[in-house]
Ligand binder design. Structure first.
Ligand code: ZN
Length: 709
């Protein structure tokens, strides 16, 4: 009702302006002051009340009623990180380059929403509930506050629990931020809720309310959280000025087409998402007549906030603001989607799809064509019945793949995915990979492989949990079972190798790391593990050769040259070790240990000045480690910079009062400055800590033997 009135008022204003000769054009539409973006992971549109479900979602339904909804909204890829990256960049996965949950960070030259809003004066905060969106993703860019805190207290015992955060905890942090945020500033809040994601484990009363339907229970629970958020917006007086956008990154198979989760196929069960808008200027009750695409959200949000997009910025999406404000029609644009998982992990065919109005074409070894209006569940393949349509859509889709192929040629050097991430995601049921494939390959049709994929997923998940629990033999059995079933992938080889490494069966492990590297050359850890096998067999030169090959494949991975340095040290070649550590230095700008170790080698080579410089940098990076201060003190002492050495040893002893060595060194630095009385207690302390410390005893006896001065 309110919206209808404002539309009449707007029309009246328009007439008044037209009557006045000094003004031309309509007045600027109202813009929102704040943006609250909620992404509810793994949320199928058809499980919301406002989308026709029997699941009660009163709070989401209210947003749809007070604002606008897109009956047909689609994601471009049914995976959390690539899909969120499309949302934040307005680009398709082939354009922004993030194709998988385990990927290097988003390249810094790709613009994202948060820095744009920050530049426009917004205070920004992001609160995420899944490790997939941790700051390693690069999506944290431009956020003043970015909470992926569940990572900080990750440890082995609570391994699985730390991967995601229950929505009420994430929401609690977000509300705390909202409450404290200064009212004078414009605000951008991104809240990511993960609850509908597997495992489905809704809290009460939703578990009891949805017996046998735990996914729906999670949806209803999440709706309650949205209600809490909306109530807070109202209570804090933010609601009238806030653009609220609620959407999801993908749906969930729930058994359709044989797929229980998401990420493998490109059917509507996982590509169709809910999309709701509410805020100033948005017409209440509008239902978008066009397919809204995830890439459209960034330009839409910018326009509704009155923030211009950076000049020259390339966007795949287009703004839906006009139709949200007036309900006017927009021309339908094609909707691209993809799943590279079958190709990247198993060498099966990738899947690409294109949606044009009611039709959807899926490129696969056996292509598919569906009429989504007649057949929303995609059960009747029309590819033989309508060959002309199928051919036209195949050709349209080919232009996307061609554009990707030409841009792939100009791609930069491969970054690496961080250690542990792959493993954690595997235990969560995600298979990881990295490098994009070079277009379609004639692999098996994923439709024929879904059962195999499910078995693989289960065996990998169990194998990883065993590996984490140091049940190396059990873990190896899981991965061998996969190979026996002729399921071969990067993960299978890599983790079988890790399990065998755990059993110290180096010769058996090595070929599996070689296999892993064949699938995914840009994963630095696989090269390191292969080197470890060679070293375990006593072949240090072979280990170094493996690392050298790794450095060529992953030139930005600093751990490879660092490990190479360690092997050179074991071979007694200080010069080669220094060279390798020097190569690691710029790649590991935050690695204090590396600076200390290189400093020690340089000290032993006589380059004291550079050693001090590196060690100072190390204690700047990590002031809490006593041994680093001690190392610095020793080089300073060797340079006769005794006052500075004394200060460094004081830092060491204050951080670790149990080390006789640090106490002795402090005593010595004092003594060499002639401060005998001050030195004595430290020699005594060193002796107390280690009664067999003969150097300390000698110094102490020496001091006692002389008359005090
Ligand atoms: Zn997701």
């Amino acid at each position: 009702m309110r919206a209808r009135l404002s539309r009449v008022a707007g029309g009246g204003l328009l007439l008044a302006v037209a009557a006045c000769s000094r003004h031309t054009g309509p007045p600027a539409p109202p813009t929102a002051r704040h943006l609250v973006l909620v992404t509810i992971d793994t949320l199928r549109a058809d499980r919301l009340g406002c989308y026709g479900s029997d699941v009660a979602t009163p709070h989401l339904d209210a947003i749809a009623r007070e604002g606008a909804m897109a009956p047909q909204a689609m994601a471009h890829v049914p995976l959390t990180r690539p899909s969120h990256t499309s949302l934040f960049t307005g680009l398709l996965p082939p354009q922004h380059g993030i194709r998988d949950n385990v990927s290097p960070s988003l390249p810094p030259q790709v613009p994202t929403l948060a820095p744009m809003l920050k530049a426009a004066g917004f205070r920004t905060a992001g609160f995420v509930s899944s490790i997939v969106l941790s700051r390693q993703s690069g999506l944290d860019r431009g956020f003043d506050v970015y909470s992926d805190r569940f990572l900080a207290d990750a440890d082995d015992a609570r391994f699985l629990n730390t991967l995601q955060k229950r929505g009420d905890l994430t929401l609690g942090e977000a509300l705390e931020w909202l409450e404290k945020a200064p009212r004078a500033e414009r605000l951008f809040l991104w809240l990511h809720l993960y609850d509908p994601h597997d495992p489905y484990d809704p809290p009460e009363p939703y578990a009891s309310r949805f017996p046998g339907r735990p996914y729906e229970g999670e949806v209803a629970w999440t709706d309650e959280l949205i209600g809490r958020l909306d109530a807070a917006l109202a209570r804090l007086g933010l609601k009238p000025d806030t653009l609220l956008v609620v959407t999801s990154d993908h749906g969930e198979g729930l058994g359709e087409h044989g797929e229980s989760g998401h990420g493998f196929f490109v059917y509507q069960s996982t590509l169709r998402v809910p999309l709701l808008f509410r805020g100033p200027g948005i017409l209440a009750g509008v239902k978008l007549g066009v397919t809204a695409r995830t890439v459209d959200l960034l330009p839409t949000a910018l326009e509704l906030l009155g923030v211009p997009a950076p000049a020259g910025m390339k966007l795949e999406g287009r703004s839906l603001a006009g139709t949200l404000r007036t309900g006017s029609a927009l021309p339908e644009l094609p909707g691209y989607a993809e799943s590279l998982l079958p190709l990247l992990h198993f060498g099966w065919s990738d899947l690409r799809s294109l949606r044009e109005r009611r039709f959807k074409y899926v490129q696969a070894p056996r292509p598919e064509l569906y009429d989504l209006e007649q057949d929303p569940a995609e059960t009747h393949n029309l590819v033989m019945a309508d060959t002309a349509k199928a051919e036209a859509m195949r050709a349209a889709l080919a232009s996307y793949v061609e554009a990707e192929r030409s841009s792939a040629k100009s791609a930069g050097p491969a970054a690496t995915v961080p250690p542990d991430l792959l493993e954690k995601l595997g235990a969560l049921g995600y298979l990881g990979a990295g490098a994009p494939g070079q277009g379609a390959t004639p692999g098996a049709d994923p439709k024929d492989k879904i059962e195999e994929f499910k078995v693989a997923n289960r065996l990998i998940r169990e194998g990883l949990i065993k590996l984490r629990g140091k049940d190396f033999a059990g873990s190896a059995a899981n991965f061998r079972e996969l190979l026996k079933r002729r399921i071969e992938s990067f993960e299978v080889h890599y983790y079988l190798g890790k399990a065998l490494l755990g059993l110290k069966r180096y010769a058996e492990a090595a070929p599996h790391f070689e296999g892993a590297i064949r699938f995914q050359p840009a994963y630095g850890m696989a090269h390191e593990a292969l080197a470890e096998c060679r070293a375990g067999q006593g072949d240090l030169k072979g280990a170094i050769a493996a690392l050298r090959k790794g450095r060529e494949a992953v030139p930005l991975d600093g751990s490879l040259p660092q490990r190479e340095g360690a092997y050179w040290e074991r071979l007694g070649d200080r010069r080669a070790a220094i060279q390798a550590y020097e190569a690691a230095l710029p790649l590991a700008p935050k690695n204090a240990w590396l600076r200390i170790r290189l400093g020690e080698l340089l000290r032993d080579s006589g380059d004291l000045a550079r050693a001090v410089e590196l060690m100072r940098a190390a204690v700047d990076l990590d002031a809490s480690t006593a041994s680093y201060w001690n190392a610095l003190g020793m080089v300073l002492g060797a340079q006769e910079r005794l006052a500075e050495a004394e200060a460094a040893f004081r830092e060491a002893t204050s951080r670790d009062g149990t080390s006789p060595k640090y106490a002795y060194n402090l005593g010595l630095a004092l003594l060499r400055q002639g401060k005998k009385a001050e030195a004595a207690p430290y020699f005594r302390k060193a002796l107390d800590l280690n009664p067999g410390f003969s150097d300390a005893r000698i110094q102490l006896d020496h001091l006692r033997g002389e008359p005090s001065s």
